[in-house]
Write a protein that binds this ligand. Structure first.
Ligand code: NAD
Ligand code: AKB
Length: 312
């Protein structure tokens, strides 16, 4: 029987660190190779193999996959929404070419599985705002959203045409305390905790009533593993699954933090990220993920805030 050997690309990012550590617990430390452009993250040091890799270099990636007998790839390297708007062509190039490199090597080497995350950013201003369905108008207006939507089509194409078992989730904004976020529009929901604890005040770059779908990192990691461990016939969506947990505005999360830090205050000064957030859904309908492979979130806003403040 073939043993699972996993490569995580972008392992030093916000999701990568926690996902790598979780995968190492499940599959064994030496069976999960972490890789990134950056220096190895402090939390990964000593926990398993680490290689320096630029996913844009297809030959190097191919050699790495063969040399380490890789059977599964988790591709997390990407340029996120806010950073993407600063250099759209670079964001498009990196987000697309990294995925094509991975999908093509998966096809050539007959890899067992590939994981690649999409985002709520695939939706645009013309999509329904409330409980946005899986299948609806998808007209993203950010380069990040455009690249995620194109990526979803490539995933489905490689699955239908070549049988590559690629699986994907449209993550909402992810909130975590172990590793820093990487340039997204939902990053305010992490910054606010640090500022609340250190300064007792926070100036938010989104307006007080900007509702966005959000999720606590432990739920996101569990969803990822559950999707990847689901039996093949259960996976009916080969583009990317809607995934939901909670939805709140800056005003609501500030009020929840105030229950723990009574002298915390928030003010608002919207910047270019407001327009990005205004084009995204307020909440997500994830009934297909629930039906197909049993998705159920664990954390709501009060539970997440309590846990964040306990662990920061
Ligand atoms: P991040 O920016 O924190 O981490 C990305 C990592 O990829 C970084 O460590 C970076 O050094 C690495 N990287 C960048 N270019 C690379 C290259 N050429 N070769 C190798 N590594 C490279 O991002 P994240 O928040 O961990 O997101 C991971 C994935 O999840 C992305 O596809 C992102 O779009 C998606 N996603 C994230 C969120 C969120 O809220 N964090 C929400 C929706 C979707
Ligand atoms: C971002 O804000 O860019 C990400 C995302 C929702 O994809 N957090």
């Amino acid at each position: 029987m073939k043993k699972d050997k996993i490569l995580v690309i972008g392992a030093c990012g916000q999701i990568g660190v926690e996902l790598t550590l979780t995968l190492r617990k499940i599959y064994g430390d030496t069976n999960v190779v972490a890789s990134d452009l950056r220096e190895e993250h402090e939390l990964l040091k000593g926990s398993g193999p680490y290689v320096s890799l630029d996913v844009m270099n297809k030959e190097m990636l191919h050699v790495l996959v063969i040399r380490h007998n890789i059977t599964q790839i988790y591709l997390l390297a990407a340029i996120l929404s806010a950073t993407g708007e600063k250099n759209p062509l670079l964001a498009w190039h990196i987000n697309m070419q990294s995925l094509l490199n991975v999908l093509d090597i998966a096809k050539e080497e007959g890899l067992d599985k590939v994981y690649w995350p999409s985002s709520i950013a695939v939706f645009g201003p013309n999509s329904p705002k409330e409980t946005t369905p899986q299948h609806t108008v998808i007209e993203p207006t950010t380069i990040y959203g455009i690249s995620k939507f194109a990526g979803e089509r490539w995933c489905e194409y490689y699955n239908h045409r070549y049988g590559v078992d690629v699986r994907s989730l449209r993550y909402p904004g992810l909130i975590s305390y172990k590793s820093a976020p990487g340039g997204g529009t939902t990053d305010y929901a992490i910054e606010i905790f640090h500022e609340a604890q250190e300064e007792k005040k926070y100036t938010c770059f989104l307006s007080e009533d900007t509702y966005l779908p959000m999720m606590y990192m432990p739920d996101a990691i569990r969803a990822t593993i559950e999707l990847m461990e689901a039996e093949q016939p259960k996976i009916s969506v080969r583009s990317s699954y809607n995934l939901g947990a909670m939805s709140f505005s800056p005003k609501e999360i500030a009020a929840e933090i105030k229950k723990h830090i009574p002298d915390f205050t928030i003010s608002y000064q919207s910047d270019y990220r407001q327009q990005i957030a205004d084009g995204w859904p307020k909440s997500i309908n994830d009934e297909l993920a629930r039906k197909d492979w049993g998705w159920k979130p664990d954390y709501d806003l009060p539970k997440m805030v309590t846990d964040m403040l306990k662990n920061l």
